[in-house]
Design a protein around this ligand. Structure first.
Ligand code: NDP
Ligand code: GDR
Length: 373
């Protein structure tokens, strides 16, 4: 008998990789997608079969983490062996603009799922994974951060995720649920949302190289992050639910880089050497050398990055560095893709798209390129 999994956030970056991974393992996969005014399934279209076929192993349900009755009904219908709660308003900066919504979805959403499992009497059957985050550490108290490092969240997003973290622990302790937290550090991929910093950089620089955008406008480029690849990280989400007893794990690479370094790497993938000059909000990045033919729209001396104070956050998490020793020792998990390899993959994908747009533009078929940051 194949296992059944339910994924919230299946249309997001992690949800799409996890769905692929579980389908390959022979799971029947159910996902919750939100109703939107336009299609929002681009990341999973390639694995979605015709729902009229009897063999479809991927099934989608309309729903929302803010809707208790909807979640309870879906859980009751699906009776999943595993629930992966990946759905969230996941943008830290946006959480300062929409704190109450973020709390409802990211904090109470997790509670709604846990309560539904209990209400339906699925405690013995259903295992629960909560997408916890390195943002819990916020103002870091220890370097590197481990499963025992104290939390100090620095945004409405992180505070909401802190509730979700503890309610997951609480349902495990109070009701014996198989429920665990993956404390995941930043992970990226070509499917990363366009407004997170890595994708903003790879997509922005590829567009600039092809003459589709004038300049990249950035916030705090001194920020340090421990970046891994989403494909490596979803494997670990599944591994966590296959253990005999539920436990919480830090998932990270153990190496950190600055946003400025990520800009340098991305530029280098396009054959561009950059020089950073000025400081604070006056800092800029100028092209000092060009090799190859990936950036036909640029010449030496062009400014490709400026700072825009609008992207600074009311409270910043300056530095994050995880210690994945427990995951390695207990589960044999190690990340296989380095941050540099991931950056190269992201730039290559974004360059392909930018080149297609540039070609259309050259033939008078201009497609609008969103400049939203
Ligand atoms: P994404 O932002 O790419 O995906 C979020 C998903 O949640 C999307 O499918 C989105 O739907 C869905 N969603 C948003 N609001 C709701 C709602 N109200 N009801 C139901 N679904 C909703 O995030 P990632 O894939 O990057 O991250 C997955 C999870 O892991 C998130 O919970 C995130 O907070 C957490 N996390 C991520 C890390 C990372 O570095 N990527 C690190 C640590 C934790 P739609 O497509 O319609 O917007
Ligand atoms: P983060 O990711 O906040 O760590 O949350 P993000 O990529 O948004 O920011 C990383 C760092 O880069 C700095 N930064 C900018 N960020 C954005 N988005 N845009 C900019 O222009 C910019 N300039 C500098 C930020 O200030 C920050 O320091 C991500 C999300 O996936 C969360 O859901 C997840 O929980 C954490 O990672 C771990």
């Amino acid at each position: 008998m194949s296992k059944t999994a339910l994924i919230t956030g299946i249309t997001g970056q992690d949800g799409s990789y996890l769905a692929e991974f579980l389908l390959e393992k022979g799971y029947e996969v159910h996902g919750i997608k939100r109703r939107a005014s336009s299609f929002n399934t681009q990341r999973i279209d390639h694995i979605y079969e015709d729902p009229h076929s009897n063999h479809a192993q991927l099934k989608l349900h309309y729903g929302d983490l803010s809707d208790t009755s909807n979640l309870t009904r879906i859980l009751s219908e699906v009776q999943p062996d595993e629930v992966y709660n990946l759905g969230a308003q996941s943008h830290v900066a946006v959480s300062f603009e929409a704190p109450e919504y973020t709390a409802d979805v990211d904090a109470i959403g997790a509670l709604r799922l846990l309560e539904a499992i209990r209400f339906l009497g699925l405690e013995k059957k259903t295992r629960f994974y909560q997408a916890s985050t390195s943002e819990l550490y916020g103002q870091v108290r220890e370097v590197p951060q481990t499963e025992t490092t104290p939390f100090h969240p620095r945004s409405p997003y992180a505070v909401a995720k802190m509730y979700a973290y503890w309610i997951t622990v609480n349902y495990r302790e109070a009701y014996g649920l198989y429920a665990c937290n993956g404390i995941l550090f930043n992970h990226e991929s070509p499917r990363r949302g366009e407004t997170f910093v890595t994708r903003k950089i790879t997509r922005g620089l590829a567009n600039i190289a092809q003459g589709l955008e004038p300049c990249l406008y950035m916030g705090n480029i001194d920020s340090l992050r421990d970046w891994g690849h989403a494909r490596d990280y979803v494997r670990m989400q599944w591994m966590m639910l296959q253990q005999e007893a539920p436990e919480d794990f830090v998932i990270a690479t153990g190496v950190q880089y600055s946003v400025r370094e990520f800009i340098r790497w991305s530029a280098a993938e396009l054959g561009l050497t950059l020089e950073f000059s000025g400081s604070g909000t006056e800092e800029i990045a100028t092209v000092t050398a060009i090799s190859g033919d990936k950036a036909p729209a640029l010449k030496v001396g062009d400014v490709v990055m400026r700072i825009d104070a609008r992207y600074f956050r009311p409270a910043e998490v300056e530095t994050l560095l995880g210690n994945p020793a427990k995951a390695k020792a207990r589960l044999g998990w190690v990340p296989e893709i380095t941050a540099q390899q991931m950056c190269a993959e992201m730039v290559a994908e974004d360059l392909k798209t930018a080149q297609r747009h540039a070609l259309l533009k050259a033939h008078g078929l201009d497609l609008p390129v969103s400049l939203e940051g």
